[in-house]
Design a protein. Structure first.
Lengths: 486, 95, 492
C-alpha cells in the first residue's frame, strides 16, 4: 500500500478500507418473480402485480431471463457459477416491503468468487476481489416529502430484479472506489445485463467504510446506503473516513451502523429507521425450489459473451499500439470502443486514438449529444484522418477543418476543397513567402543572425500566418532554417 | 432454552406484535411449553442428513421474461385502509 | 319438486340434474335454505345466496345447451382461506377485515370452470391454525354431531366449517386445506370423507398461505366418489405456483370400483401409541380386517421417526407462518389500527388483528428462525423431516398404501382443550407425518364410538397415486358401510 493513500490525522497516518455492495437492476422487461413491467417512470402503483403487492395467496415464479443475466454477469466477472443456488427470505418490516420479507439469496448465491480489474490513471491495473453476486427483489419506494404526516408508498419498483454484487474490502481510497463502480458499470453495460443508468437508480452502491492504523487490525465499519453516483460515492467516503478518524482520535469508538449520505450537505448521518438491531431470520423460501442448471447451459452462455473491456484494452495496446491509459479511456464505453475501432480500421491506431479521445470527445461533450446523434460519424472522422495521413492538410489545419465539419455537417474533403485549405508543400511558393517575411523584418533577421535563436518561432509564426495556415509546417521549418542561416 | 419476559418482549418486537405487559409471563410459559415439547428433536441423530429443501424432488421452473401483469392500480389499491390518489399511505417515516 | 340436499351426494345430484329431476336453481335454493337453517352451527362466515343463484341459473342454461361441465350445478361451499373475487375473504381473522380480493384462487376457479355453484365462505381456525375451529375471529363452529347429553362439540380444524357444512347436509361438498391434518381430522370428527392430495397436485395460488411447504387444498365430501369428482376438477398444473407439479391429472373416477385385491397395505407399528383411546385401536383393527376381507394383503411396517413428526411440524409450520403472515401489516389491505409512527401502527394492527393462537405461532416461528437458534431448531427440524420422508419411501417399497387412524380421538367438547396448546396439537399426531412428507392422505368415515360419534380411518398413498388411494378409500367405504348422519337438532 502506497503511503500516498494514507490520511494524516492528528495522531498520525490512517488507512481507509472500503468494500462495496452494488445493486444493479437486471435489464429485464418484467420483474424477478412477477409479470409486471419494469419500465422506469410510470405513474405510481401502475406497474404492480398482485404478487408485488403481496396480496394473500400470491406466489413467486422466477424470470428465466434474470437468471441468465446473473450468470452472464458472473462470467463477466470471471466468477464461480454455482449450479445449485437457493432463494431465501430476508425478514424485516418496512412500509415499502409488502411481503414483510425480501426474496434474496443468502448462504448459496448463484455466483461466487470473482475478480475485477481497476484501470489506474497511470496505466497500471489493480485487482479487486468479488465476493459474490446474488439475485434479489428490489423494494418499493417511500416518498417522505409529499405530506407532513404521512409517507407515500409506490410499489412500482417492488419486485424488480437486482443483482447484488459484493466486493471484498480491497479498496483503499475514494478514487479506487470510484474506479470500481465505473468499471463494474462498464462490464454490465458490455454484457447488456444492466443499463447502468445511475440517475434512474439502475445502479446503486452501499459503501462499507472503516479506518485503521496502517497494517493494524480492521476497524469497525459503517455502511453508507444507496449512493447513486460515482461522485457521491467518493464524497461520502472522504467525509466518512474523516469523521471516523476524528471520532477515534477523540478517544471515541465507531458504532457499526447504517448511514445515509446527504448529497446536499455532503455529509453522512445515522439512519434513524435502521437504528434498531436487525435479525433477518433468513430461511429458504418455501414457495421456491432450489435453482438448478447444467454446466453445459453455462458454457453456452459463456460462448456468447462479447469481448469484455479488459480483453479489448489488451488488444488495443497490443495490436493497435495504444498506451494503457488511452486504451482504458476508449474501452470505458462499448460505444466509444466500437466507434474508435471503426475510425482506426485501416488507419494509424495511435493517430485515430488521439483524434477520438481529444477533439472528437471534446466537441461531442460540448454538443451534449449522444454519439449516435452527433454529426461526426466514424466515416467522417476517418476521412479527416486520411487527409492528415496523406499530407493534404496539416494537423493544425485539421483542427479547423474538424470544427467546420461539426458546424456544417460536410465531410473533410469537401471542406478542404471548398475553402482551399489544401496544404502548401510547393517549396518554391513557401520560399517566396519566407522571402517576403524576411524582407519585412530586417531588424529581426539581424538579431537572429547575431545569436537570438528564440526568434525562430517568430519567423515560423509569421510565415504560417502569411500562408493562411496552409504551408506545410515541416517544409516551413526546414526552409526557414536554411534561409535565416543566410 | 427457556424464555423469560424480556426474551418474549424481544420476539414480539421482532414480529411487530403489540403485547400487553401483563400477558408476558403467561406467554413465556406457553412458549416454553411448546419449546420444551419440540426439544425432543435434539435426540434424533441427524449426522449426514440434508435438511429438506423441497418436498417434491423438482427443479425450479422458470417463466419467460414477458410483461403479463400490472397496469391495474385499482386491483392493488382498492383494499387499502388508507391511500392518497394512487399511493398507499403510512404514518410518516423519518429515515 | 322439492329437493332435500341432505339426502344427496354430488354424484346423485349430478344424476338428478341430468335426468331433470330438479334444476340447479332448485337444488341451490334448497341448499341455501338448509344453509340458513344451519346458522346455529356457525359454519359460514359469508353466505353468498345471490351469487349462488346466479351461478345456478347459468349452470341450468349450460345444461340445457348440452354444455354441462363435470360439476355443473353442484352447490359447494368454500373454506374462507381461498380468495374469491369480489367476495369477502377473511381467513377467519380480524386482520383481513373487509378484504375483497381482485382475484380468484386457481382451485376455486377450476371448480367454477367445472360448473360448480358457490354457496358461501366457510368458517375455519384463524389462518387455518388450529384443530378445533375455536381460534376463528368469527367464533367457534359447532359440530353437527352432539354428545349424548347434548354438549356441543368441536368439528375439528382447521377446516371445521367445511366439515360441518358437508356433515350438516347443506353443501354437497366443500373445499378444505390441510397443512398438518386440517382436512382429514375434521372429516374424521364430522363423519365425512376428505382427501389431502400430494403436495403440488392442487395449486396453492390464491389460497391464503399458512405454511407454504405443507399447505395443500382438497375436497371434503360425503362419499369417496364425490371426493374423486371434486378433486378431478380442483387438481392440475398451475404455472403461477412454482411448487405446482406439471403432470397430467388421471381419471379419478374411472377405476374407483376396481377394488383392493392384491394391494399391500402397511400398518405402521409406531402409530400404536401409549394411552391411545381403545375405541380408536379397535376401529383400526377392524379396518385391517375389512381390507383383508376385501382382498388386500396386510403388512406390518415401521416408520421409525413418527414420534418426532409433531415436534418437527411445530417448528417448520410456525417458522413459515411467521414469515407468510408478515404481509398483514395494515398497509395494503385489511385492518389498520393507527399508531404514532409506522412501527406502532404495525404493532397495534398485528396485536389486535391476530388472535392468540396465531400470535403464539408467529412468536414461536420468529424465535426458531432468529439468530443463534436457527440451526438448533429450524435446520434440525428440516433434517428430521428428511428422515420422516425417507421412512415413508422405504415403507412404500414394500406396500402400496398405509392404514392408520385419522385422529387420536372423536369430537370433543368446545373449550375442553384450550388450556394447553400442546394438548391441542396432539390432535394431529397421525396426520402430520403425511404432511411433512408431502404425501396424499385421506380420511374415510368408518364407524361410531360408544358415544355415537363418528371416527375415521386414514389411508396414506404414494406421491401422485391419488387414483389408487381413492380406489382403496372406496373399498373401505363399501366394507365399512358407514351410513350414520347427525340428527338435525339445529333445525328444531
Amino acid at each position: 500500500m502506497a503511503e500516498k493513500d494514507y490520511i494524516q490525522g492528528a495522531t498520525g497516518a490512517w488507512e481507509i478500507v472500503i468494500g462495496m455492495e452494488v445493486h444493479a437492476q437486471v435489464s429485464s422487461k418484467s420483474k424477478l418473480f412477477s409479470g409486471a413491467d419494469t419500465t422506469f417512470g410510470a405513474e405510481p402503483n401502475h406497474q404492480v402485480s398482485l404478487v408485488d403487492a403481496a396480496m394473500p395467496g400470491m406466489l413467486p415464479v422466477i424470470n428465466a431471463y434474470c437468471v441468465e443475466q446473473a450468470v452472464r454477469t458472473g462470467l463477466g466477472l470471471k466468477a464461480q457459477i454455482n449450479l445449485h443456488s437457493v432463494f431465501d427470505r430476508k425478514n424485516y418490516f418496512y412500509a415499502d416491503l409488502p411481503q414483510g420479507y425480501q426474496i434474496s439469496q443468502y448462504l448459496q448465491p448463484i455466483v461466487g468468487k470473482g475478480v475485477l480489474l481497476l484501470d489506474m490513471p497511470d496505466g497500471s491495473t489493480r485487482e479487486i476481489g468479488i465476493t459474490r453476486l446474488h439475485l434479489e427483489q428490489d423494494a418499493g419506494k417511500s416518498l417522505h416529502d409529499q405530506s407532513p404526516r404521512e409517507s407515500f408508498i409506490d410499489l412500482n419498483r417492488s419486485g424488480v430484479a437486482l443483482m447484488e454484487i459484493v466486493s471484498e474490502p480491497d479498496m483503499r481510497n475514494s478514487e479506487e472506489a470510484g474506479l470500481y463502480l465505473k468499471k463494474l458499470r462498464t462490464i454490465v453495460r458490455y454484457l447488456g445485463t444492466c443499463d447502468g443508468n445511475m440517475d434512474e437508480g439502475s445502479m446503486r452502491a452501499d459503501v462499507n467504510v472503516s479506518v485503521r492504523k496502517p497494517g493494524g487490525p480492521l476497524g469497525t465499519r459503517c455502511e453508507i446506503k444507496n449512493v447513486n453516483s460515482v461522485r457521491f460515492v467518493q464524497q461520502a467516503i472522504e467525509y466518512e473516513a474523516r469523521r471516523q478518524i476524528e471520532v477515534l482520535e477523540d478517544g471515541g469508538k465507531i458504532d457499526q451502523e447504517t448511514r445515509l449520505f446527504d448529497t446536499g450537505k455532503g455529509v453522512t448521518r445515522s439512519m434513524r429507521s435502521k437504528e434498531e438491531a436487525h435479525d433477518y431470520r433468513y430461511f429458504p423460501d418455501p414457495d421456491l425450489m432450489p435453482l438448478e442448471f447444467e454446466q453445459s447451459w453455462v458454457d453456452g452462455i459463456k460462448a456468447t459473451l462479447p469481448e469484455l473491456p479488459d480483453e479489448k484494452k489488451a488488444r488495443f495496446i497490443e495490436k493497435l499500439g495504444l498506451s494503457p491509459y488511452d486504451a482504458s479511456v476508449l474501452v470505458a464505453e462499448k460505444e466509444s470502443a466500437d466507434f474508435y475501432e471503426k475510425v482506426a480500421k485501416g488507419r494509424d491506431g495511435k493517430l485515430a486514438a488521439n483524434w477520438v479521445i481529444g477533439d472528437y470527445f471534446g466537441l461531442l461533450n460540448k454538443s451534449g449529444q449522444s454519439m449516435e446523434d452527433f454529426v461526426i460519424t466514424a466515416e467522417k472522422l476517418g476521412g479527416l484522418i486520411d487527409l492528415i495521413a496523406d499530407n493534404t492538410i496539416s494537423t493544425r489545419l485539421a483542427k479547423d477543418v474538424f470544427a467546420l465539419m461539426v458546424e456544417t455537417g460536410k465531410d473533410a474533403a469537401t471542406i478542404v476543397e471548398e475553402k482551399g485549405m489544401r496544404q502548401v508543400t510547393d517549396t518554391g511558393a513557401i520560399e517566396k513567402v519566407i522571402d517576403e517575411v524576411m524582407a519585412a523584418n530586417p531588424d529581426k533577421v539581424a538579431e537572429y543572425r547575431s545569436g537570438k535563436d528564440k526568434l525562430f518561432g517568430f519567423f515560423v509564426g509569421q510565415t504560417m500566418k502569411a500562408s493562411g495556415g496552409k504551408a506545410n509546417p515541416n517544409a516551413v521549418n526546414e526552409l526557414l532554417k536554411k534561409k535565416l542561416a543566410g | 432454552m427457556s424464555l423469560d419476559r424480556a426474551a418474549v418482549a424481544k420476539i414480539a418486537k421482532l414480529a411487530r406484535l403489540k403485547t400487553d405487559p401483563d400477558r408476558l409471563e403467561a406467554m413465556a410459559s406457553e412458549l416454553n411449553r411448546i419449546l420444551s415439547f419440540v426439544e425432543e428433536l435434539q435426540a434424533v441423530n441427524t449426522d449426514n442428513v440434508a435438511p429438506m429443501t423441497s418436498v417434491q424432488p423438482m427443479k425450479l421452473r422458470q417463466r419467460e421474461d414477458v410483461v403479463t401483469d400490472g397496469g391495474n392500480p385499482e386491483a392493488v389499491l382498492k383494499n387499502a385502509p388508507q391511500r392518497q390518489g394512487d399511493f398507499y399511505t403510512v404514518p410518516k417515516v423519518v429515515e | 319438486m322439492t329437493v332435500n340436499p341432505d339426502s344427496l351426494t354430488i354424484a346423485s345430484a349430478l344424476d338428478g340434474l341430468a335426468k331433470k329431476d330438479f334444476t340447479a336453481v332448485e337444488l341451490t335454493e334448497a341448499c341455501i335454505k338448509a344453509m340458513q337453517a344451519a346458522r346455529p352451527l356457525n359454519a359460514v362466515i359469508t353466505e353468498t345466496p345471490d351469487k349462488a343463484l346466479e351461478m345456478a341459473k347459468a349452470a341450468d342454461a349450460r345444461r340445457s345447451k348440452g354444455e354441462a361441465g363435470l360439476l355443473d350445478g353442484i352447490p359447494l361451499a368454500i373454506k374462507d382461506l381461498f380468495a374469491t373475487e369480489g367476495v369477502l375473504t377473511t381467513a377467519a381473522s380480524h386482520i383481513l377485515d373487509g378484504f375483497k380480493p381482485a382475484y380468484e384462487s386457481t382451485a376455486t376457479a377450476n371448480l367454477w370452470k367445472a360448473g360448480a355453484v358457490m354457496l358461501g365462505k366457510l368458517n375455519l381456525d384463524e389462518f387455518a391454525m388450529g384443530s378445533s375451529n375455536e381460534t376463528s375471529y368469527y367464533g367457534p363452529v359447532v359440530n353437527p354431531w352432539r354428545a349424548k347429553d347434548g354438549t356441543k362439540l368441536v368439528p375439528g380444524g382447521s377446516s371445521g366449517g367445511s366439515a360441518a357444512a358437508v356433515s350438516a347436509g347443506f353443501a354437497l361438498g366443500a373445499t378444505g386445506t390441510d397443512t398438518g391434518g386440517s382436512i382429514r381430522q375434521p372429516a374424521s370428527l364430522c363423519g365425512i370423507t376428505g382427501i389431502k392430495p400430494t403436495y403440488g397436485r392442487v395449486s396453492r395460488w390464491g389460497i391464503v398461505a399458512f405454511a407454504s411447504s405443507l399447505d395443500q387444498a382438497g375436497p371434503m365430501t360425503r362419499t369417496v366418489r364425490d371426493s374423486a369428482l371434486m378433486l378431478q376438477a380442483m387438481a392440475g398444473f398451475d404455472p403461477k405456483d412454482s411448487t405446482s407439479v406439471d403432470r397430467p391429472v388421471p381419471d379419478y373416477v374411472a377405476n374407483l370400483e376396481g377394488g383392493v385385491k392384491g394391494m399391500r397395505i402397511g400398518i405402521p407399528r409406531e402409530y400404536r401409541m401409549d394411552g391411545m383411546d381403545a375405541e380408536i385401536t379397535t376401529l383400526w383393527e377392524q379396518g385391517k380386517q375389512w381390507l383383508k376381507e376385501a382382498g388386500a394383503e396386510i403388512v406390518d411396517i415401521n416408520l421409525p421417526h413418527t414420534h418426532y413428526a409433531l415436534a418437527t411440524y411445530y417448528i417448520v409450520a410456525p417458522a413459515e407462518a411467521s414469515s407468510n403472515l408478515a404481509r398483514y401489516d395494515g398497509v395494503r389491505f385489511g385492518l389498520r389500527v393507527p399508531g404514532k409512527d409506522l412501527t406502532e401502527m404495525y404493532e397495534n394492527t398485528r396485536g389486535e388483528g391476530f388472535g392468540r393462537e396465531v400470535q403464539r405461532r408467529i412468536m414461536i416461528g420468529t424465535y426458531v428462525l432468529s439468530a443463534g437458534y436457527y440451526d438448533a431448531y429450524y435446520t434440525k427440524a428440516q433434517k428430521v423431516r428428511t428422515l420422516i420422508r425417507k421412512d415413508f419411501e422405504q415403507a412404500f417399497q414394500r406396500v402400496d398404501a398405509i392404514l392408520t387412524p385419522t385422529a387420536p380421538n372423536a369430537a370433543f367438547p368446545i373449550g375442553m382443550k384450550n388450556d394447553d396448546p400442546v394438548t391441542m396439537y396432539l390432535n394431529d399426531v397421525f396426520t402430520v407425518p403425511t404432511s411433512l412428507a408431502g404425501l396424499p392422505g385421506m380420511s374415510v368415515p368408518a364407524g361410531l364410538n360408544s358415544e355415537g360419534l363418528p371416527l375415521g380411518l386414514q389411508l396414506i398413498g404414494k406421491p401422485f397415486e391419488e387414483a389408487q388411494l381413492l380406489r382403496l378409500g372406496r373399498s373401505l367405504e363399501k366394507v365399512a358401510n358407514y351410513t350414520a348422519k347427525p340428527f338435525h337438532w339445529w333445525e328444531s
